[in-house]
Design a protein around this ligand. Structure first.
Ligand code: ANZ
Length: 926
């Protein structure tokens, strides 16, 4: 019987479906194991062969764990809200829900063909109201909570209100960027609006003023990576920096916890380092400066308070509220002009841009230590969102301050320690030394100290004298959580007399309303402003913006644990059973966004007691990218003639991408090419001598525009899903990026045919109950050990080679023994689930191979058994030879003749005859 993969795969998949073999339960008799893939955004283009790489790896691991006795949760779903569907809706009028539905259907079909062991009954879609009810619910809890810096956990905002009612703001320990100070009486006298404003400074989900990239044309805020050089990447519309009220999540309150518990995770060092940098912990001090001639004070953040003697000017971020307050009338015009110019740059561009720009405010500040009067400047190298948005500039010790001072001719004051020693331990000091410009001044109370000690001394001086306070700063910002978009979760918020108020939990989900167009309103309000009746029954208007893309993905792993629970995001029982994701596989592009937000949500839900573990993803593996292998044809300029690679240098040609699907092993299918595009109907070819047209090639990103996208469906049609799965793993180490190259795919496919051939001779099943030989057992057990170790180490490519070696050995040994072949199937089944299921059942097993136990590795089969041969010369035994029992008679003969003891008896003669009695004796006749 032939290996008819398409029939086998269809039959096996139907069997899985009918018997629900991938349905998983909270089975108390089995330990739990949770394997998760980062769920896809269902784009219109469908899956290409790069997408399933991580999914195949996680599927192998899941199946392996299941055969090791675990109850394995391995779900799949869709991150279904998002911009492309909305953009498409704007262009075509097609409701995003409709396109999303179509795309999901396509994804599901493609995924099912690959034979994943997903429990589809747990599928989630973030755009499904039954799902986003819980996204809204978490938002509501965040709105109702503040962060208690004493207990280091989230607490109900009501308890803060209770405190205000008793004691005013005195004695609270609540995390905020804007501390408020009021008495009990003041609090009680506040209007509801005033109370709401105060509480907004503490809520974990709050309406806050932040600087955003505003694109008026698109009517929305854009993320930094959606903007380049002052215009939107999509459409090229102007983008400006604008302060706007946005919903924000107070992620920064969790910065320290997000940092410290990284240590407990099995993530790669590179990934942890990315998160550490993103969180960006920095120890320093906040120091207060006074604006000369006023009582206005402002605070700077510095990591080098020891350099305070050398401050020669101050710099404010352009967005700072202080700018308008202190700018003198003479400088007003220049400052306005500068502010307008900086509005066009995103923050990221400001950080990257090393050009010095700035403007003098006209005002001065007084150095609290030296009393020196120094100018206050405004420049965009100071960022509004970091520290306090104001700095003390020490050009002798800081490179950017130095560049600024040089550019504007400001004084450079170098601090030296009177004992002549120079501070070490920082680069900026090195930079400063290199400058050798400026005046050297005495460093006052820091005389003779090292930098580290000088910092400590200055910190305590600052605190003692009330000049400021020691402060740890984090680069991690609060997340801006609103988008002026249609296709996202509505906020469970309405405005009661202007006060943001939660929609009651029992009214959730608050469903996305219908609109007549997916565009902002004429007055510039978000698309939800077009919805009729978008208000509460009492007539209070609902929030018009929607949640961003990362809202729905922040807790999706919890929902899979208990996807149909109508009463809780996740029920206690389900959560206590599964606890956390044991293995998470996905791309590095989520290293900071999603992986910070979901850790934050999880920690918050942990504080609430909704989940029992403080970290969501125990082990995380990043799969590499599969790149495309593009092909080119060469068109002779101004003609419709195409010349093959080997001859192209003889002509003046243009290189053109050609669809890789009409190229096989770099040879162009000429007919398919003519049919590809109308303009090539009449194409002529100059081929190689053998008549073939050879294409050029290059490795590029896999993308539709380069015609190098390979659809897994096509591979499955030609080779089957098992070949696709094995081949994707065979391409190389999981974590590495590698080009898709089908050169080796035939080899992998032949391997499966060979495997099939071990089971069938002609039409008949050729498996017997004969006892296995030691060689067969050795080959099998080598494989069991190797594959088990490989899977545990995510080294799937090496397993594929091991399978090939083993099947080659067994073919050579003409193995037919069930005792070998059945365990072989089990070990191969995580990689090639269809063929193995089919053969396993052909062997007479009634259940599914997914329930078969992983074979036990036994060391004893690997120990070489040896045979002792007496070696006789002309009938007289002269010595004994120890040789592997598996040695052939020829091998025994040559081992006997080349043994060191043999030389003495051979006396240099050629033996007339050598008789080997296998397993018994060697007789050499001279
Ligand atoms: C004086 C000084 C002297 C500084 C010196 C550094 C070296 P990290 O380590 O990243 O926390 N800074 C503070 N707020 C800023 C802002 N909003 N935008 C741009 N720069 C800002 O950096 C902290 C240092 O960066 C602070 O310490 C401040 O400059 C600057 F020899 O103060 B330093």
């Amino acid at each position: 019987m032939e290996y008819n993969f398409s029939e086998i795969e269809a039959q096996v998949q139907a069997f899985w479906r009918e018997h629900d073999v991938y349905k998983v339960t909270e089975n108390p008799n089995r330990p739990p194991f949770y394997v998760l893939d980062m769920f896809p955004y269902p784009s219109g283009a469908g899956l290409h062969v790069g997408h399933p790489l991580g999914y195949i790896a996680s599927d192998i691991f899941s199946r392996y764990k299941r055969s090791k006795g675990f109850s394995v949760l391995h779900p799949m779903g869709y991150d279904a809200f998002g911009l492309p569907a909305e953009q498409y809706a704007i262009q075509t009028g097609q409701h995003p829900e409709v396109t999303t539905e179509i795309n999901i259907k396509r994804y599901r079909e493609q995924l099912e063909k690959i034979g994943f062991s997903y429990d589809w009954s747990r599928e989630v879609r973030t755009s499904d109201p039954a799902y986003y009810k819980w996204t809204q619910w978490v938002f509501a809890r965040l709105f109702e909570s503040y962060y208690d810096t004493k207990s280091n956990s989230a607490r109900p905002i009501e308890s803060l209100v209770a405190h205000f009612e008793e004691h005013g703001s005195e004695g609270i320990h609540a995390y905020t960027h804007t501390p408020c100070s009021f008495s009990r009486e003041e609090w009680l006298a506040y209007t509801p609006q005033e109370k709401s404003d105060v509480l907004m400074n503490y809520r974990l989900a709050y309406l806050g003023e932040s600087v955003v990239n505003w694109c008026a044309e698109l009517g929305t805020v854009l993320a930094n990576d959606e903007v380049s050089e002052g215009v939107s990447i999509r459409g090229g519309h102007p983008v400006e920096q604008r302060k706007m009220k946005q919903w924000c999540l107070r992620v920064s309150a969790y910065a320290e916890r997000l940092l410290t518990s990284l240590e407990t995770l099995e993530w790669t060092d590179a990934l942890k380092e990315m998160q550490r940098n993103w969180i960006g912990r920095s120890e320093g001090a906040e120091v207060d400066f006074e604006v000369e001639g006023t009582h206005t004070r402002f605070t700077v953040f510095t990591t080098r308070p020891d350099t305070i003697y050398g401050v020669s000017f101050m710099v404010l971020a352009p967005e700072s509220d202080l700018v308008r307050e202190i700018t003198t009338p003479e400088q007003k015009a220049a400052v306005e002009e500068y502010l307008a110019a900086t509005k066009r740059k995103t923050e990221r561009e400001r950080i990257a841009d090393r050009r010095v720009t700035g403007v003098f405010s006209g005002a001065y500040a007084r150095n609290p230590l030296t009393g020196a009067v120094i100018p206050i400047w405004i420049s965009d190298y100071v960022l509004a969102g970091y520290g306090t948005g104001a700095i003390m500039a020490v050009p002798a010790h800081d490179t950017r301050d130095f560049a600024f001072a040089r550019h504007f001719g400001l004084p450079i004051t170098q601090v030296v320690l009177p004992n002549g020693e120079e501070p070490s331990e920082t680069d900026s000091w090195e930079d400063a030394k290199a400058s050798k410009e400026g005046t050297l001044i005495n460093s006052g109370i820091l005389n003779g100290l090292s930098v580290a000690d000088a910092i400590k001394t200055m910190n305590s001086h600052i605190e003692k004298e009330g000049l400021g306070k020691v402060k740890v700063n984090y680069r991690l910002r609060d997340a801006i959580f609103s988008r002026q978009r249609y296709w996202g979760e509505p906020f469970p918020i309405y405005y009661k007399e202007g006060i943001p108020t939660l929609v009651a939990d029992d009214q959730l989900p608050l469903k996305l309303p219908e609109v007549d167009a997916f565009l902002p309103t004429e007055t510039g309000e978000p698309p939800l402003g077009r919805a009729a009746n978008w208000h509460t029954p009492e007539g209070y208007p609902y929030e018009l913006s929607t949640m961003p893309g990362f809202a729905g993905s922040s807790a999706y792993y919890l929902r899979y644990m208990d996807p149909h629970n109508d009463h809780a995001l996740v029920g206690e029982e389900a959560n206590r059973y599964w606890r956390h994701v044991d293995l998470y596989i996905g791309g590095t592009e989520h290293a900071t966004g999603h992986l910070i937000y979901s850790r934050f949500w999880n920690k918050f839900l942990f504080d609430l007691g909704v989940v029992c573990e403080d970290e969501p993803f125990r082990k995380l593996v990043n799969q590499g990218m599969i790149q495309g292998r593009s092909n080119f044809v060469y068109r002779i300029k101004n003609s419709n003639t195409f010349v093959s690679l080997g001859k192209k240098d003889e002509y003046d040609t243009t290189e053109i991408h050609v669809d890789v699907n009409i190229v096989h092993n770099d040879k162009l299918d000429l007919e398919a090419f003519r049919a590809w595009r109308p303009e090539y109907n009449t194409a002529e070819f100059i081929t190689e001598e053998d008549g073939s047209y050879q294409c050029g090639w290059a490795v590029e990103k896999m993308s539709k525009s380069m015609y190098n996208v390979v659809n897994p469906d096509d591979i499955i049609a030609s080779y089957g899903a098992d070949t696709l799965r094995l081949y994707e793993m065979f391409l190389g180490p999981l974590e590495q990026s590698k080009p898709w190259d089908t050169k080796g795919i035939d080899g992998v496919h032949r391997f499966l045919k060979k495997l099939f051939g071990l089971f069938y001779k002609g039409e008949d099943l050729a498996v017997t109950d004969t006892a296995p030989t030691p060689e067969e057992l050795k080959s099998l057990h080598k494989l069991i050990r190797k594959v088990g170790q490989d899977i545990e180490q995510f080294s799937f490519n090496t397993s594929v080679s091991a399978f090939m070696i083993c099947v080659g050995d067994l073919q050579h040994l003409k193995t037919s023994s069930r005792a070998i072949l059945e365990p072989l199937l089990v070990v191969l089944s995580p990689f090639a689930p269809h063929i193995t299921e089919y053969l396993y059942r052909a062997l007479g097993n009634s259940g599914s191979i997914v329930d078969a136990e992983w074979p036990q590795f036994e060391e004893k089969y690997l120990v070489e058994s040896v045979t002792k041969y007496p070696v006789s010369f002309n009938g007289k035994v002269r010595f004994t030879l120890e040789i592997a029992a598996s040695a052939t008679p020829q091998e025994v003969e040559s081992a006997a003749l080349s043994a060191p003891e043999a030389a003495k008896w051979l006396e240099g003669k050629q033996p007339k005859k050598v008789i080997v009695v296998p397993g018994r004796i060697v007789n050499i006749v001279l």
